[in-house]
Design a protein around this ligand. Sequence first.
Ligand SMILES: *Cc1c(COP(=O)(O)O)cnc(C)c1O
Length: 376
Amino acid sequence: MDAIPYGRQSIDDGDVDAVVAALRSEYLTTGPRVAEFEAKIAARAQTPEAVAVINGTAALHAAYAAAGIGPGDEVIVPALTFAATATAALQLGAKVVFADVQEDTGNLEPTAAAAAVTSATRAVVGVDYAGHPVDAADLKEVASRQGAVFVEDAAHSIGSMLAGRAVGSLADLTTFSFFPTKNLTTGEGGAVVGADSELMKRVRAFREHGMVRNAASLRNPDVGPWHQEVQSLGLNYRLPDVLCALGSSQLDRLDLFKHARTKIFDRYVEELAGVEGLRVPTRRADASPMWHLFPLRVAAERRREVFEDLRGRGILVQVNYIPVYWHPLFEDLGYRKGMCPVAEQYYREEISLPMFAGLTDADQGRVIDAVLEAVK
Ligand SMILES: *Cc1c(COP(=O)(O)O)cnc(C)c1O
């Protein structure tokens, strides 16, 4: 029997045709498929504009740069996330301040974020862990009281809603990742969305070397028609047309993907909730998550044994996430274990079960049977 991964892409013939059409077109990059993809993401995220970038890490880097984060600034980040949420701030010379998460959702706890605020706080970053939206209104309030930017790392949650509003419309800047295990994919890819046109202008500039071409914005407008100016520090973080074509095709199926993921989530809950030794994830009443992960929790003392048992049965479970400051990079910067006890305990108990749109009923049945065997 084949091994079952914890996550994987869903690619159909329409995706393949869209990529082939892009390959045969005039533009492999910087062409019309970029703007088309950006417009579709913006519509989906209920936000005026989107900037497509080469991956979710670049999206965070560009968002933080646009927020003006630099040396001397502090960025508040939850401990339970992928390292990039924090390291993108380190790239800009900022200090990362870790705050603890909620025991049920694994998301940044607004009161913990508020307690971490100082006069140097420049951004508060929430992560929609497993696809469940953060308490956006509270985090926005915490950030704006300090004049800081509220960033939502929505690498897990394109397609999720909170109180009837799409993820993407809840924060000052929201970042997405389109890595193959995420809710939709472009292979590598990401995007930044937001409603503040000044912030978004800076995101766009950061993606393109800080380069300005439009005559009205040039410092020296009379040099000649070839003239362009690098006006701010940026990088080349562009997402090519070939990948935007895949993204647009994938976005057309986002509702199907959400439906499939919801069904899988509901079946896991139905068959695993109430089983001795297991704890299934929580969904808050106002949230409509597009589930990226299914974070099952087991007793911390048994996590390794259950994990290895499942791997041995070909269920390629994962652990999301090692508390960021446990990584040697952060240890070497002076961070110590014990800082965020809720996130640490969450990590000690967590096992991510297979969760992807193409998971078949039969394979999900295999996963469930294996889990029930493993926790006996
Ligand atoms: C995947 C992920 C990222 C980084 O995205 P990439 O596209 O892999 O660079 C950032 N934050 C979180 C929470 C993620 O899961």
